[in-house]
Design a protein around this ligand. Structure first.
Ligand code: GRF
Length: 226
C-alpha cells in the first residue's frame, strides 16, 4: 500500500523557484509529499503567487511587525505547528533563526545553501567563489542547526566553473541543480531513507559522513568512504 504523503511546510522570502520545483515534483509523483502551507516573511513575493496558483494555503508573517527576533520566531513556530508538518523546508527564507526555533525543529528542518559547504557560508556565494578563483562550485542541502549555513549535510551538487561564467550565470546554473537535489532530499525523508539520529544525518541506515554528490547528471554515493 503506498504510504501517505509527507506533510511539509515551506518557508520563503522571495522568488520561490525551489518551491516550484517541489510543487512540480509532487505533481509528477517523484515526491510523495503534501505542502500544507507556504509561509513568507515578505508580502507580495513571487513564491506566494506560485503557491496560490497551485492551490496551497499561504500565510505572510512580516518580521517587521515584531519587536524582536525571538518574538517573530515564536509566532512563526506557532503558525508552522498549526499545520503539523513532519518536515520544514527553508527555500530561500532570508532570516537568521533563533536558537529556540532551531532547537524546536532539530532534525526536521532542511535548508539549501548555494555553495559547497563548509566553504562559503553567508551571502553572495557565486561572486565570492569566482573571486576566490575556484574551479568548482555547488550547492548543499543540510539539516539546520544553530550555526549559520551549517549542519549535517544531506546531499551536494557540483558544477565545473567555465571561464565565461559570471555570478549571474552561476546563479542560474546552481538553481538548476537546486531544483534536482532539494526534491530528491525531501523524497528520501518521505521514504524514511533520510533521518536524524544521535545529532547526525543518516541515509539508508548509515550516518552521512561524505554526502552523496550529484555531478554531471549522476548521483555519486560512497557511504563507506570516511
Ligand atoms: C537559492 O539560491 C537557495 O540556495 C538560497 O536561496 C535561493 C532561493 O531561491 N537559500 P528561490 O527563491 O527558491 O528561487
Amino acid at each position: 500500500m503506498p504510504s501517505s504523503p509527507l506533510p511539509i511546510v515551506v518557508l520563503i522570502s522571495g522568488s520561490g523557484s525551489n518551491l516550484q520545483a517541489i510543487i512540480d515534483a509532487i505533481g509528477t509523483l517523484q515526491l510523495n509529499a503534501e505542502i500544507k502551507a507556504v509561509i513568507s516573511n515578505k508580502a507580495g513575493v513571487k513564491g506566494l503567487e506560485r503557491a496560490e496558483k497551485a492551490g496551497i494555503p499561504t500565510r505572510v508573517l512580516q518580521h517587521t511587525d515584531f519587536d524582536s527576533r525571538e518574538a517573530f520566531d515564536q509566532a512563526l513556530a506557532g503558525l508552522i505547528d498549526d499545520f503539523n508538518p513532519r518536515l520544514v523546508i527553508l527555500a530561500g527564507f532570508m532570516r537568521i533563526l533563533s536558537e529556540d526555533f532551531v532547537t524546536h525543529y532539530m532534525g526536521r528542518m532542511l535548508n539549501i545553501h548555494p555553495s559547497l559547504l563548509p566553504d562559503f557560508t553567508g551571502l553572495n556565494t557565486h561572486q565570492r567563489v569566482l573571486d576566490a578563483g575556484r574551479s568548482q562550485h555547488g550547492v548543499s542541502v543540510h539539516f539546520v542547526t544553530n550555526e549559520l549555513d551549517s549542519g549535517p549535510l544531506v546531499i551536494q551538487a557540483v558544477i565545473d566553473i567555465n571561464p565565461e561564467d559570471t555570478a549571474d550565470s552561476l546563479a542560474e546554473r546552481i538553481h538548476q541543480q537546486e531544483h534536482i537535489i532539494y526534491p530528491t532530499s525531501i523524497q528520501w525523508f518521505a521514504e524514511g531513507r533520510l533521518c536524524w539520529k544521535d545529532n547526525q544525518a543518516w541515509l539508508d541506515d548509515k550516518p552521512i559522513r561524505v554526502p552523496p554528490r550529484w555531478q554531471n547528471g549522476q548521483l555519486i554515493y560512497k557511504p563507506d568512504v570516511t
